[in-house]
Design a protein. Structure first.
Length: 397
């Protein structure tokens, strides 16, 4: 990470007691939000990747998510206020106006915002409960509502036909997401099978911030305002340039591809080890490209080649701040899922006098046979014998 960004991260830790694990990914997501609209990175002839990121920050209530977002993302809030004051009224769209980011919005309205803003927008929210509710389908009769987010991660064409006859065609939509939420809501999201199967969850970089108590010092500690201003000024310059420039591709130095290839191959060798994390780690090489592109844009002109040093930094950041925290959070989700399934097994056994055919059990619990058997075998008081599952005592724990 650039020296100024590193210094700002450490300054937030010193003056505001904000965890480095939280603030460093926030810096990176903010940087991506300044340059993803017109810039992509090219690692190989057929490997051109946009720079937008989907980042989910998971932290307990009382962490200070709102104040951190407002402080760090101030240049974006200020620019959005400026854009929203410029209102464009027409007969066909009287409420149309330019905007830099959205927060409380349905997928239908998001499509309109993209159409009205050159197919680019950001999603900022320090309390993303509504974002998660919308994604999980609270405004639909049935099913989830992630289709547009899937398209807007990679810039895939999207054609939308509505019941009122309105047609929206998005040729290359991109969204940059920076949202925070409490653990209970994030766990609810990550337990959703449909969202996992669709690949949406794997597109998120998950930051699981472990919070230490924030004690007030005897004398208030002042943040280095000059350092904060310097970082914010760089973001403002990047954003101004990104909003007006023509599309540009960062081309990588010839030695970057071997680094990417080795990282990609090492990930591929791990994919079969655990089905709970395979879809997530399979995205790591692509995420490294996006991170590298953002790091490059903060420090260098887009026309300068992406260096091996920058790409190595991106891999390190991806491993340190995202992969490790994401795996910790997924373990937490899976443990909660496992405990819930275990409770259902006990209920089923009690209803059947402590003994149930294995086939009946895993079908009734809506789980595949192999994961069911793997779960049961972890607990010595549950037994599998002659096609049945039974327990020593149905109310054991």
């Amino acid at each position: 990470m650039n020296y100024c960004l590193q210094a700002y991260v450490l300054e937030l830790q010193r003056a505001e007691q904000i965890s480095v694990d939280f603030s460093a990914p926030l810096m990176l997501s903010a940087t991506a939000a300044t340059c993803f609209r017109k810039t992509s990175a090219k690692i190989a002839p057929n490997l051109v990747t946009p720079l937008n990121l989907y980042t989910l920050f998971v932290a307990q209530s009382g962490f200070g998510k709102t104040s951190v977002f407002e402080q760090v993302l101030k240049p974006f809030y200020d620019k959005n206020s400026e854009l929203c004051q410029i209102s464009v009224s027409t007969e066909t769209s009287p409420s149309r106006h330019s905007q830099l980011f959205v927060e409380d919005i349905t997928s239908e309205r998001l499509a309109n915002v993209l159409a009205e803003n050159n197919e680019r927008t950001c999603y900022f929210s320090s309390d993303a409960r509504k974002f998660i509710d919308v994604t999980m389908g609270c405004y639909k009769d049935k099913g989830t509502d992630e289709a547009l987010l899937l398209k807007s991660f990679s810039g895939d064409p999207c054609s939308i036909e509505r019941n009122n006859g309105q047609h929206i065609y998005l040729r290359n939509p991109l969204v940059n997401i920076t949202v925070a939420v409490q653990p209970d809501k994030a766990i609810h999201l990550f337990r959703h099978k449909s969202l996992k199967d669709s690949g949406l969850l794997a597109r998120f970089l998950c930051v699981y911030a472990q919070m230490e108590p924030r004690l007030l010092p005897e004398i208030p500690i002042l943040l280095n305002a000059d350092l904060e201003t310097k970082v914010h000024k760089r973001w403002e310059d990047l954003l101004k340039e990104d909003l007006k420039r023509k599309p540009v591709i960062i081309r990588a130095d010839k030695d970057v591809y071997p680094l990417y290839r080795d990282y990609y191959n090492s990930i591929q060798q791990r994919l079969g080890s655990n089905e709970n994390i395979a879809s997530f780690i399979g995205r790591y090489p692509e995420m490294a490209i996006r991170i590298a592109g953002s790091l490059h844009m903060y420090e260098f002109p887009a026309e300068e080649p992406l260096s091996t040093d920058t790409f190595q930094k991106a891999i390190k950041i991806q491993k340190t701040f995202f992969a490790q925290q994401q795996m910790n959070f997924i373990d937490k989700v899976n443990n909660k899922n496992q405990n819930k399934l275990l409770d259902k097994i006990y209920v089923l056994l009690r209803e059947n006098n402590g003994k149930v055919p294995i086939r009946k059990a895993y079908r009734q619990l809506h789980i595949d046979k192999d994961p069911f058997i793997q779960l049961v075998e972890q607990y010595p008081w549950l037994h599998l014998d002659d096609g049945y599952i039974y327990c020593d005592s149905c109310d054991s724990n």
